[in-house]
Design a protein around this ligand. Structure first.
Ligand code: PLP
Length: 368
């Protein structure tokens, strides 16, 4: 059975929009797309008066080399968020199908499912935030078309092992597409599951340039999957998703100098993550620092709300993750520059944090 049989039949049958750029080949005088003949101010030879290539070959080649897959196994979109949305739209019939997730996890899977009116089957992570493979498999009803697994998981930071991924992929063959979200894999002591997509046609991997590659503002994310899945999604994708300046930035980041810079920053973040984890764990008012393989730490506090306010008062914004199941006392703190991290520690160490907590909020704004 082809994995495409899991996709919505009307999407499989549909004729894609054929854009002017796709139909153009070999011409020099381009009068087919109602573009301006003149480049805009500040264009710097980007050619922004012309629509971009929907999936630029140079970008696909560079990403293929980076991720160790073939160009035909990549869909590049506006962040991996776009790929999540496209997957849900292509595989889930509104009002009938479902996705499966393991809370606490990244919120966009459920958001995209809700937009599509697909149900969300939740199989909570264990108390130590590891994945319950048997629990996930038991929850996969015929309605479940997509199973999202986030590794390292956001917001908890733990990994899912290759053995667990393979067990899931094997057991889900012919039943559901397994989507492994590796947004933070560059920060982890683990290798990507991308090497497995040739072995399991129902395995897809999400990668992004938003985190380790410092390009959150350029919105370049990739879905790595079987060619059939990729060409299905290309058919329903927006006609020109990748702005030329963003493509140029991505290509630049993947040149040797850019790669060296990204690697240096990842190395720094990994070292500071461990240093911060130890320093935070030693502070009064801190219950636990969850071990993290990503570029953030989930930290449990005696009074997370007060800590959040205190940091905010000092001009430091962290992520309040108390609404997530099992994280009712936690904040997620991204690893920043060394100076930024030191500032977090300094604020948390300052006198108001005296072990009795700071429930009266009297120190609010002290450092602002
Ligand atoms: C940040 C993040 C993404 C989204 O990345 P973009 O490529 O910027 O859309 C995807 N998955 C997880 C788990 C994330 O934390």
């Amino acid at each position: 059975m082809s994995v495409l049989e899991l996709a919505r039949p009307e999407i499989r049958a549909m004729q894609p929009y054929s854009s002017a750029r796709m139909e153009a080949s070999g011409g020099k005088i381009m009068l087919n797309a109602n573009e301006s003949a003149w480049a805009p101010p500040g264009d710097n030879a980007l050619g922004c008066n012309r629509y971009p290539d929907p999936q630029p070959q140079a970008l696909l080649q560079a990403l293929a080399a980076l991720y160790g897959v073939r160009a035909g196994q990549i869909l590049v979109g506006r962040g991996s968020d776009e790929a999540i949305d496209l997957l849900v739209r292509a595989f889930c019939r509104a009002g009938q199908d479902a996705i499966a997730i393991q809370p606490p996890t990244f919120g966009m899977y459920a958001v995209c499912a809700h937009v599509q009116n697909a149900a969300v089957v939740e199989v909570p992570l264990a108390a130590d935030f590891t994945l319950d493979v048997d629990g996930v498999l038991a929850a996969v009803t015929p309605a479940v078309k997509l199973v999202f697994v986030c590794t390292p998981n956001n917001p908890t930071g733990q990994l899912v092992s290759q053995q667990q991924v393979e067990r899931l992929a094997q057991a889900l063959a012919g039943r559901a597409l397994l989507v492994v979200d590796e947004a933070y894999i560059e920060f982890a002591d683990a290798t990507s599951m991308a090497g497995l997509i040739d072995r399991y046609d129902n395995l897809a991997v999400l990668r992004t340039l938003s985190k380790a590659w410092a390009l959150a503002g350029a919105r370049i994310g990739s879905l790595l999957a079987n060619e059939e899945v990729i060409s299905l999604l290309r058919r329903i994708m927006a006609p020109y998703p990748l702005p030329r300046p963003c493509v140029a930035l991505a290509l630049e980041a993947m040149l040797p100098a850019g790669q060296a810079e990204a690697l240096a920053h990842v190395t720094l973040v990994r070292a500071d993550r461990e240093r911060m984890a130890r320093a935070l764990a030693a502070l009064p008012g801190v219950r636990e620092v969850l071990p993290s393989q990503a570029n953030f730490l989930a930290v449990r506090f005696e009074d997370a709300g007060a800590v959040y306010q205190r940091l905010l008062g000092a001009g430091i914004v962290v992520r309040d993750v108390r609404r997530y199941p099992q994280l009712g006392d936690a904040l997620r703190i991204t690893i920043g520059t060394e100076a930024e991290n030191e500032r977090v520690l300094a604020v948390l160490k300052s006198p108001a944090m005296d072990g009795r907590g700071f429930a009266d909020g009297s120190a609010l704004g002290e450092h602002a």
